[in-house]
Design a protein around this ligand. Structure first.
Ligand code: GLN
Length: 490
């Protein structure tokens, strides 16, 4: 059983195709792992019956020599993607019990490719957070612990349940969404790979909205190749999403070679932030050395507006969130708390349905959009966002990809930083700039902290150039040869 859950997505695919393994066996092994790993709280909803039915259908197709890209492969879905007939909560009390009457485009594509649905993974409420502790359904525990103690650590957020499920060998791969780092940061904390494609590459149709100009679905895997394969199945034009790009999806997996010879890799000096731990700085240097050894040229670049990215993001994202979340009023779906009047019902429903972080963001968002403050905050932030986009455009005139750390630290303790939202927001310092610019970026596990926790390196690419991002990521993966398992699984 253990062997089956330790296979990569691609490896499992080969074994299924060769009929060395059945989808049913593979799915049963993962369902058993899911039960065993329940203390992690990685799933909000488990769907074992759907998984077994899908696996049987896959076996029938495989027996006929048919099957899609992900035929018979058990994967997990972040509970932000609407799934027809299966509860979708966004980690919020306000959507508890909500069963969508339709399927998100991304999940629709995955099922059409034969993927087996294990369940819906836990997340920070409405994907707002960096530690997966704001979920109404309780925090997710990382499968990792420090070498020195057994204290619970956060898996990162907001896609912490997906990252934990993949790291803990419950799912072969999982979907996530990334608004300001929610795929890359949990991937780094959990020692796995996570890719956020270019904004517009994957459809947002049926993904519960947080900040629409930033939200983008993406993929977690235990290798760069696995992430590429899942992303390939997720991506593609969708007329139901006006921001989805009408571009063909390249066969990233087939083209993936990990060759970086002749590539110019930028290292932005502004990412040397104050108080960055020496081990992160060292890993970054190590990453540059690995790529240089493979024939890439390392070039120092300037992204001068980097220091404004975090404040800009924390104006734009809450502004869009406050508008998107206005729909949760107790009228059409989700929680309703009756009141004396209509307005009273709205108030009571939203007061009971949203958690503290969501309320904080709705308040910040409505404030920066309000008459009198709109120009000073929201409009200003939009202008700074443009400058940040231009920084990247200039840099990509000189380089093919950019290398940075993924996060400024390894995973922290559950409960830490909870009384200091700004310290929590600082986690996103390296992931937010590329989100504001809509660029593709990957996090690859590249080493261990002194405490024995995974650390990730981030590769940012040009718009629509996921291929280079994946190739540079693969080169790092090969050089790093990261093979440490979470505590208890080794
Ligand atoms: N941590 C960031 C936030 O709290 C990013 C979240 C995300 O990417 N969904 O907004």
């Amino acid at each position: 059983m253990a062997d089956m859950t330790d296979l990569g997505l691609l490896e499992a695919r080969h074994r299924l195709a060769a009929r060395e393994l059945s989808a049913k066996e593979l799915t049963e092994a993962h369902l058993a792992a899911m039960i065993e790993a329940r203390p992690l709280n990685a799933f909000i909803t488990e769907t074992p019956e759907l998984a077994l039915a899908a696996a049987e259908a896959s076996d029938a197709r495989l027996a006929r020599g048919e099957g899609g890209l992900l035929e018979g492969l058990p994967i997990a879905i972040k509970d932000l993607f609407c799934t027809k007939g299966v509860q979708t909560t966004a980690g919020s009390r306000i959507l508890e019990g909500f069963v969508p009457p339709y399927e998100s485009t991304v999940t629709q594509r995955l099922w059409a490719e034969g993927a087996v649905p294990l369940g819906k993974t836990n997340l920070d409420e409405f994907a707002m957070g960096s530690s997966n502790v704001t979920s109404h359904f309780g925090p997710v525990r990382s499968p990792w612990t420090r070498a020195s103690d057994n204290a619970d650590l956060v898996p990162g957020g907001s896609s912490g349940g997906s990252a934990a499920a993949v790291a803990a060998r419950i799912a072969l791969a999982a979907t996530g969404t990334d608004t300001g780092g929610s795929i890359r940061q949990p991937a780094a904390f959990c020692g796995i790979t996570g890719i956020k494609p270019t904004y517009g590459r994957c459809s947002r149709f049926g993904v519960v909205a947080f900040a629409s100009s930033l939200d983008q679905p993406g993929a977690f895997g235990r290798s760069v190749e696995d992430s590429a394969l899942l992303l390939q199945a997720m991506a593609g034009y969708d007329p139901n999403d006006s921001t989805s790009a009408d571009l063909a999806v390249p066969d990233w997996t087939a083209s993936l070679k990990g060759k970086v010879k002749g590539l110019r890799i930028g290292v932005p000096k502004e990412y040397r932030v104050d108080a960055m731990p020496a081990e992160i700085e060292k890993l970054w240097q190590q990453g540059a050395d690995w790529l240089r050894a493979e024939g890439a040229e390392i070039v120092e670049i300037a992204l001068p507006h980097t220091k404004y990215a975090l404040p800009t993001y924390y104006i734009i994202a809450p502004a869009e969130a406050s508008s998107n979340l206005a729909r949760y009023d107790g009228m059409r779906y989700g929680l309703r708390v009756e009141g004396e009047t209509l307005a009273d019902m709205y108030k009571k429903t939203r007061a009971a349905g949203f958690g503290t972080e969501v309320k904080r963001r709705v308040m910040i968002g409505t404030y920066v959009l309000s008459a009198g403050y709109y120009d000073a905050y929201y409009l200003k932030a939009q202008k700074v966002r443009r400058r940040i986009v231009e920084d990247f455009e200039q840099a990509f005139g000189k380089v093919d990809a950019i290398l940075t750390p993924t996060a400024p630290s390894a995973a922290f303790r559950a409960g830490e930083k909870m009384d200091d939202p700004v310290a929590m927001y600082l986690n996103d310092v390296f992931t937010v700039p590329s989100s504001l610019a809509g660029l593709p970026a990957i996090s690859v596990p590249a080493g261990l902290s002194a405490e024995g926790l995974p650390l990730g390196l981030q590769v940012i690419g040009k718009a629509w150039d996921e291929q280079t991002v994946l190739d540079v990521g693969l080169a790092i993966e090969r050089a790093a040869a990261f093979a440490v398992m979470p505590y208890g699984l080794g």
